[in-house]
Ligand binder design. Structure first.
Ligand code: 5MY
Ligand code: ATP
Length: 620
């Protein structure tokens, strides 16, 4: 905890400085005019919020935010501030937390309206169908180092990037609850049930982030094979910046790995299933080594976690070089989505026969300074001693203080208690109880924080939350739902000045960002707790990008045929795979956007809904 405590001491003053800089529109976020079309560009991909375009001759990507087609773009000043906030938080705050070497260069750029229209036209047929209800309209964007590439265009050399969105790698005590005889599941694994219910996925994965972050080679191998078997939005492979393997794109893994790690003299087209086993072990080995290798911060000559790295990776090497190659391949096949087994939720397979396993909370210490350990440390900021937060319930209590429903008196908004406020009510009732108890608890109208609602609501928090939005279905809404998007995607603030119903997490009054927390009526300690919670939330949602390129550089230097060589040369990591081929490796962390304050209540609702979906599924 010492290192974390030190970090925390620096964080609050740093965030205060960032706030001042943002208010002054400081130089770090000055806008660079950009002409995408003067570069060799390529569509890279997109998430819910941004379209990402790669400038191949410049080794950077441009992240352009999206808005719903046909919707007004809104206040441009707010968009500019958002971009500046993202730049400063990524480079300064996460640069400190994760290490600037993993964050790379982050800048704010501005594009002309003509470019934006042209981009929308040109990307029309390239973007996935289910994402096309949103388009690019905002001229402000962010520019980042391209973590998926090593070679600048034009180059005859290929590179392969593995993107992992690892999600929450630890299990907070507040989420360790027993539900009857059911297995206890970590946040990620529980969320699978909610995603099934919302048709966001078609089958549960056996990937568990606790395995990936466990420091146990056997479990790390299991995590990687599970990701390959059912990638969802947690695993992708790019070749030369183009997506070749992932949720919606399953090119033959045999061909990809064969071309990359197999015998170079053969071409991709002649690889078949029989070739996969020989390359899969090397692939898993390279990936785990990269995730575990400690990186020392600039100015320090020693890699802090090298001893434990050597211990873990010796085991990894032993296991993978002694595992019959066909073994991992058959594990991947076994973990791939079942074709027709299991019962269903909303038409999707849940694989009920697999419900019997609880998540495994045992973990070895990860090598200090490796990328997994850096991300995990930030995820755990919420529960470190100094933050004063003892699990999620405490943060909800802080949230209550800034909830617009609690703070509406004397601010021109009626103190009328909203009809649909049961989610806020249960926030107030939270008293460090496990969340599920709160879901199942009787309404407690005696709470002083609230005048009692006339209706004795029996709705779940989530139901009442949903009621706060206009969900009357239009054709587009239905499309969106069937496309498997989250409810959040559909939400529109419906703060009605006549009824003063609390619109829940999308309430404009509560939509504050990290740099706006200081203005909220909270004590310094509470402000700090909230900052830490939100920074941890970003670390739970970021992506690790590990990019490899074959090189001749290294084999010459290693004469020891027994050892598994892996070291830094300048800024690059050089790793020998199991066949003694050398790879140049670069690691970056993408999607380090700060989260709004409403994330806190969204997590509360999500956690409750996850538990309900799990229970419903198991009792079905
Ligand atoms: O809540 P989670 O854990 O499902 O995470 C959300 C992600 O879903 P996932 O589970 O990774 O499929 C979700 O990912 P998708 O857009 O669904 O691919 C977002 O990253 C979301 O962040 P934001 O609200 O857009 O800032 C994420 O929301 P936050 O919880 O990070 O706010
Ligand atoms: N710096 C980067 N280098 C290379 N590729 C990147 C980079 N940043 C993003 N990408 C690619 O673009 C994709 C979409 O980017 P990103 O995850 O930032 O979008 P988003 O809309 O913010 O996602 P989310 O829905 O998770 O909020 C990523 O999954 C990744 O493949």
């Amino acid at each position: 905890m010492d290192r974390l405590d030190l970090m925390i001491d620096k964080l609050h003053p740093l965030i205060s400085q960032v706030v001042k800089d943002l208010e002054r529109n400081c130089d770090t976020a000055c806008l660079e005019p950009l002409n995408i079309f003067s570069h060799v560009w390529q569509y890279r991909g997109e998430g819910n919020a941004n379209v990402v375009v790669a400038l191949q001759d410049d080794l950077r990507v441009i992240r352009l935010s999206k808005v719903n087609v046909g919707e007004p773009v809104g206040d441009l000043k707010k968009h500019r501030r958002k971009v500046e906030r993202e730049v400063i938080f990524a480079s300064r705050v996460f640069g400190l937390l994760i290490g600037s070497e993993f964050v790379g260069s982050v800048k704010a750029v501005i594009l002309s309206q003509e470019q934006i229209s042209r981009l929308n036209d040109l990307l029309g047929n390239v973007r996935p169908m289910y994402r096309r209800h949103k388009e690019i309209r905002v001229p402000y964007a962010t520019s980042h180092s391209d973590f998926a590439r090593i070679h600048r265009y034009p180059s005859s050399q290929s590179d392969y990037c593995i993107e992992i969105k690892p999600k929450q790698g630890w299990w907070p005590n507040s989420m360790k609850m027993k539900i009857g005889d059911l297995p206890s599941l970590c946040t990620y694994c529980l969320n699978q049930f909610l995603k099934l219910k919302r048709a966001k996925i078609s089958s549960r994965t056996s990937y568990c982030p606790l395995d990936l972050f466990s420091g146990n080679p056997q479990r790390m191998i299991a995590a990687v094979t599970s990701l390959i078997a059912n990638p969802q939005n947690n695993f992708r492979i790019f070749c030369d910046g183009k997506l070749v393997y992932g949720e919606c794109k399953e090119e033959s893994l045999e061909a990809i790995l064969g071309k990359w790690l197999g015998n170079n003299e053969r071409t991709a087209s002649i690889y078949n299933a029989a070739d996969l086993p020989s390359t899969i072990n090397s692939f898993v080995y390279l990936l785990c080594m990269s995730l575990l290798k400690p990186k020392c911060s600039p100015g320090k000559s020693k890699y802090p976690g090298n001893n434990s790295f050597n211990v873990i990776t010796r085991q990894l090497h032993k296991i993978l070089s002694h595992t019959p190659p066909s073994h991992l391949y058959s594990q991947i096949l076994a973990k791939s989505p079942p074709m027709s087994k299991g019962s269903t939720i909303g038409g999707n397979t849940i694989g009920k026969e697999n419900l019997g396993v609880s998540c495994n909370d045992e973990a070895f210490a990860l090598p200090e300074g490796c990328i997994l350990s850096r991300i995990l440390e930030i995820q755990k900021l919420v529960e470190c001693q100094k933050s004063g937060i003892k699990g999620d319930p405490s943060i909800y209590k802080i949230y209550q203080k800034i909830c617009p429903v609690h703070n509406c008196k004397g601010k021109g908004i009626s103190s009328h208690i909203p009809q649909n406020s049961s989610f806020v009510k249960s926030l107030a009732q939270l008293n460090a109880q496990p969340i599920l108890n709160v879901v199942l608890a009787e309404d407690d109208d005696s709470d002083d924080n609230f005048a009692s609602s006339s209706e004795n609501e029996r709705l779940s928090d989530a139901e009442s939350f949903e009621e706060c939005f206009d969900t009357s279905s239009t054709e587009e809404d239905e499309d969106t739902l069937t496309m498997g998007l989250k409810f959040e995607d559909l939400k529109e603030p419906v703060f009605d000045s006549h009824t003063f119903e609390c619109p829940g997490p999308s309430c404009l009054g509560a939509e504050k960002w990290l740099d706006e927390i200081e203005n909220l009526p909270l004590s310094e300690q509470e402000t700090q707790s909230m900052e830490l919670y939100l920074l941890a939330a970003t670390a739970k949602d970021c992506s690790i990008m590990v990019t490899f390129s074959p090189t001749e550089d290294f084999s010459e230097q290693t004469n020891n045929s027994e050892s598994n060589s892996c070291f830094y040369k300048d800024t690059d990591l050089l790793i020998d795979d199991l066949n003694k081929k050398t790879h140049r490796v670069r690691i970056g962390v993408a999607d380090l956007d700060p989260k709004p304050v409403t994330t806190i209540v969204r997590h509360y609702l999500r956690d409750n809904e996850m538990l309900q979906a799990y229970e419903t599924c198991c009792n079905a």
